[in-house]
Design a binder for this molecule. Structure first.
Ligand SMILES: [Zn+2]
Length: 179
């Protein structure tokens, strides 16, 4: 049996044109940067200083940048990922307990998009991004985590590896620093 050691992961997020920032699951965030390369340097330096791992790909576009219309109420991802990790894990390995019908309905509708997004970029950062998009759509990160877990369990189990990595990363054995 292999033991997965949770490692914090640093990612460079592009929120909009000219707005980039390195953020790490350990709670650290870099400064907002006009130039993406500056945020990349921040991320590499943080990785070098702390041993937190670089995400791959290192740079991701936040889907919010392309979400037109409704104002987004995003939580910083390091606030919700631990909760989502446990919810996704529960949904992936067992049956979701809360609002099961609503979760199933949403997953049945959204699974093509969810499964394709993860298959296309099977990375932890994609899982983060997908949960975030669903949460903004539904108003609940817990609901979003359950939806993602059910979608992968029932519709695209071949996408489990990055989701399981997400869970391994965001269910640390020690309490996580919350910014
Ligand atoms: Zn870190």
């Amino acid at each position: 049996m292999t033991t997965i050691v949770p490692t914090d992961i640093v990612t460079v997020f592009t929120y909009s044109r000219g707005r980039h920032r390195a953020e790490c699951s350990c709670g650290w965030t870099g400064r907002a940067r006009w130039i993406q390369g500056s945020a990349v340097v921040d991320a590499l330096r943080h990785s070098y200083d702390t041993g937190c791992r670089e995400d791959w790909p290192l740079t991701v576009h936040c889907s919010g940048a392309t979400t037109a219309g409704a104002p987004r109420r995003r939580l910083p991802w390091w606030v919700w990922t631990t909760t989502a990790g446990s919810i996704i894990g529960a949904a992936l390995f067992y049956a979701p307990t809360a609002r099961a019908d609503a979760v199933d309905d949403y997953a049945a509708t959204a699974y093509p998009v969810i499964c394709e997004a993860i298959a296309e970029k099977p990375y932890v950062s994609t899982v983060v991004d997908v949960v975030d998009v669903i949460a903004v759509d539904t108003g609940s990160y817990e609901f979003a985590g359950a939806v993602l877990g059910v979608a992968v369990r029932d519709y695209c189990p071949w996408n489990r590896p990055p989701v399981e990595r997400f869970i391994a990363v965001y269910l640390p054995t020690e309490p996580m620093a919350v910014a």
